[in-house]
Design a protein around this ligand. Sequence first.
Ligand SMILES: [Zn+2]
Ligand SMILES: [Zn+2]
Length: 350
Amino acid sequence: MKAMVLKEVGRIELEELPEPEPGPDEVVIKVAYCGVCMTDVHIYDGSFPVKTPIILGHECSGIVSNIGKEVKHIEVGDHVAINPLISCGYCRYCLSGKANLCENALGVGVGGLGGRTAGRIIINGAYAEYVKVPEGNVIKFDKNVPLKYAALTEPLACAIHAIELAEVNPGDRVAIIGAGPMGLILTYLAVYRGALQVIVLDLKDERLETAKLMGASDIINPRKCNPEEVIKDITDDELVDVVIEAVGAPETVQDAFKYVRRGGTILIFGVPPKDALVNLSPFSVYFNELRIVGSFSLTPNSFLKSAELISKSRINFDYIITEIYPLEKLNEAIEKAKRGEGLKKLIKVH
Ligand SMILES: [Zn+2]
Ligand SMILES: [Zn+2]
């Protein structure tokens, strides 16, 4: 099969490899689409070190082409999306419903943060004609659901997990910093949960225009104004109940403290550099009862909800998917993602 293999930092090459053989409880998927994610960029440029050679790609949909002897719930020909987080099922995190924090997690084409314990091990992902995963890591779709949308099950699941942790409630004012694909999906979910205002901040006007299409009530380009003043103004001096940081920069995490009201929540969703620090006033957190929350990856529960939302066409991804590339053009797609050009890029394999 054809596969795009990360040989070392900054070098991905097309190779001919044997098709994966399923283990007893594994399924092999003929990849239809695989989304390019900022995590791919971080692994590609070396900020998330991983062992090479490896095939990346974790936002995948496709059709099951082969199954192991003990597979019970999946058949050849099923249309599926992959949950790239393989959790152990027996550690205290798995047992308490936090499979995303699993001590023994494996990532399909993703991970490499250096590890919680012995290291988050990463196995071959879906920038290839075929990928294999355990049966429990796929979810079935009706055959009438476009596989193009099913490939977004993983990113939508991460956004669902985040919006639940942020506890956006009807009538809340929400600010979302960063209108990349994830910020835009979060915008949609905040609107969906009945937010009074969803204020989106980004340095690119075209991204802000898309935020409007996703339901943002207000858009702010911090290059053109003082965002703190504008947020005060459009919220009648109330500031916002929830700030979601979807950039992953220490500066924008710091900014979140200027926009949040007393008793409010700051959710860190963007992936900051591992060693970055911010200045924080513990008094202000104490005195204003601020809640600071992180959101990492997805849970089986958010994955299920995501697949159901996609199945019922409850979310329109057409504004977000801006480019589709063939497998051979993966390097180009990653380079464009790195430069922040366009929005979601999909690799179409079959
Ligand atoms: Zn991703
Ligand atoms: Zn576990």
